[in-house]
Design a protein around this ligand. Structure first.
Ligand code: SAM
Length: 282
């Protein structure tokens, strides 16, 4: 058997193994693993490719295996212990980057930044804005800083703020002076059954948040109400089953113009609101 024939047979066998393991995008994952591990076409590459396929069959997230993910046209480094950004969140970035949402030279916060997907993508689209990424997890913070440094040449001002959003006073420095708050926080209830990629391999603190999944979203609503100037905007990503609950917790004195729109997969997972001009908290 020639090397080319061997590679073809390994590749076809990988397709069957991934399908049997229940991977939902077999062709997409196969292409990514092939490009990352099999491009050289040497015997050593075959062994690396087969090891990577075996990991994917154990439902380890693709990004954890390849070490990077494309998000809004930026290659972000990721790895075990961090949440892998989802392409679907780019709909939130597109809304946030619009000048009707974030005025020129504006100030934006990306809360629960993870490896920095929303904040970094926003800064690339809007280098005139000042973006601060807020995250509490040390592993995430390392990836976040690497990603900011890696893309520095195409970004505006991006600051990293290590903070736990449940701590009192964690965002005191931003009181009333912020134009935009974006967040893709943990929002899943333990009652919800997830695919193993999320339930077993992504950090629990990145996925779950209290009995109904909304603990951190409630906290972010309070923090955003304090941080935003009147007329400033908030955008939250959440589960497709949560839009009514999220809109209900935002409706009150603090926010108006509360609406939900769909992500790039057509799911109603992004709820936005405007900081009201009168005083109040949600
Ligand atoms: C769903 S991940 C999203 C990451 C990123 N925003 C994205 O879209 O890829 C949620 C992130 O929130 C962080 N997080 C959870 N609880 C937090 C808290 N109390 N304070 C700050 N960050 C928190 C987790 O460490 C995790 O990185």
């Amino acid at each position: 058997m020639t090397t080319a024939e061997r590679i073809r047979s390994v590749h076809d066998a990988a397709r069957a193994r991934l399908a049997e393991a229940g991977v939902w995008d077999v062709e997409g994952d196969l292409a990514a693993l092939r490009e990352r591990f099999l491009a050289g076409g040497a015997a050593a590459d075959v062994a690396r490719f087969e090891a990577a396929v075996a990991e994917r069959c154990r439902r380890i997230p693709l990004g954890h295996i390849t070490g990077s993910v494309d998000f809004d046209g930026l290659e972000l480094v990721v790895g075990s212990g961090v949440f892998v950004p989802r392409h679907e969140s780019t709909a939130l970035v597109a809304w946030a980057a619009d000048e009707r949402t974030l005025p020129r030279g504006g100030v934006a916060l990306d809360l629960c930044s993870g490896v920095g997907a929303l904040g970094i993508a926003l800064s690339r689209r809007r280098p005139d804005a000042k973006v601060t990424c807020v995250e509490r997890d040390d592993t995430c913070l390392q990836y976040l800083r690497r990603n900011v440094a890696r893309h520095e040449a195409v970004l505006g001002e991006v600051a990293v703020h290590a903070a736990d959003l449940t701590d009192p006073g964690c965002l005191d420095a931003y009181d009333g002076g912020t134009d935009l708050v974006v967040a893709n926080p943990p929002y899943v209830s333990p009652e919800v059954r997830l695919l193993p990629e999320w339930s077993e391999h992504q950090p629990r603190a990145a996925v779950y948040s209290g009995a109904d999944g909304l603990d951190l979203i409630r906290r972010i609503a309070v923090l955003a109400a304090a941080a935003l100037r009147p007329g400033g905007r908030l955008a939250l990503e959440h589960d497709r089953a949560q839009p009514e609950q999220v809109r209900a917790l935002l409706r009150g004195d603090a926010f108006d113009d509360v609406t939900t729109f769909v992500d790039t997969a057509g799911e109603p997972r992004i709820t936005v609101a405007r900081r009201a001009h009168q005083e109040g908290t949600p």
